[in-house]
Design a binder for this molecule. Structure first.
Ligand code: NAD
Length: 265
């Protein structure tokens, strides 16, 4: 049984975690935490998110609710995640963190602390995306230099950055698989760009509508082509992957684990 404390419980991801953990017979919400100035501190998170109490009042300090839990699921902010990692490291509680946006110094500090307990830290907890990353790396290696690689991603019209972090992770995966350099990345094309050179990794962003997230890796050879494709239809994919990670971390020694470790990729 995963008994999880959800930090940022009233956030977009936090509320999805609460619903998912309550719906699953093998998991429960052991506690919830929000920032100290949150208007719902002290209220039952079940009442707020599900319309019925689950005996889990929202705390303003992880220390107040963590004793007896066997997982902390944290999708909040860089500063808060560094503090959460410390609490989990001190008490050796399995820790699942999906917070993005850490700068290099924050990330270094965070990882130093988090490695003192069993931690899964992933920029993308979707099981499907992580399988795609593993397949892309292997395909790039196996297909070799006679196949041109192009990555295409599509997201909704409100996304403000491009290319997506996942497209960059895919570029990194194929780059490693083929032994290429980041200098080989080619972000879009326009005008008289000349012939494509062998090592180029093309990366392209499509924006529009309500597309949750699509990623394709094209391996284009002379007489055949291979296409790998992932389509997300809901953020629920991250929730499922993170809860699976919380279960997988149970009984694991302290250390930093990746989704690739969990999926044996
Ligand atoms: P959100 O803003 O809706 O939720 C964040 C929550 O954290 C808020 O409720 C906020 O009040 C709370 N919070 C802030 N400071 C806190 C503190 N000190 N203590 C406790 N709670 C605090 O954001 P979101 O869309 O739920 O995303 C949260 C994070 O997760 C972001 O960094 C986002 O990029 C990341 N994310 C990661 C993945 C992944 O797969 N790794 C997927 C989705 C989102």
């Amino acid at each position: 049984m995963v008994k999880a404390v959800v930090t940022g419980g009233m956030g977009r991801m936090g509320q999805m975690f609460v619903r998912h953990l309550v719906d699953n017979p093998k998991t429960l919400v052991y506690g919830a935490v929000e920032r100290p100035d949150h208007p719902h501190i002290g209220e039952d998170i079940g009442t707020l998110v599900l319309g019925r109490p689950i005996d889990a009042a929202i705390a303003d300090d992880l220390l107040d609710v963590v004793i007896g839990a066997n997982a902390v699921i944290d999708f909040t902010t860089p500063e808060n995640s560094i503090a959460c990692a410390k609490v989990c490291a001190d008490r050796k509680i399995p820790y699942v963190c999906g917070t993005t946006g850490m700068d290099d110094a924050q990330k270094e500090k965070f990882l130093d602390i988090a490695r003192e307990t069993a931690t899964m830290f992933a920029p993308n907890f979707s099981v499907g995306v992580n399988v795609l990353l593993g397949l892309a790396r292997k395909a790039a290696f196996a297909l070799g230099e006679s196949f041109d690689i192009e990555i295409v991603e599509a997201h909704h019209r409100h996304k403000i950055d491009a290319p997506s972090g996942t497209a960059l992770a895919l570029a990194e995966a194929v780059r490693q698989g083929r032994g290429l350099s980041e200098d080989d990345y080619c972000f879009g094309r326009k005008g008289q760009v000349g012939e494509r050179y062998e090592k180029e990794i093309g990366i392209h962003a499509v924006r529009g509508g309500d597309v949750v997230g699509e990623h394709e890796v094209h391996f284009l050879g002379d007489s055949e082509a291979v296409m790998l494709r992932h389509r997300a239809s809901s953020r629920e994919a991250f929730v499922r992957g993170a809860v699976r990670a919380a279960a997988w971390l149970q009984g694991k020694p302290a250390g930093l684990y990746t989704m690739a470790d969990m999926l044996d990729l």
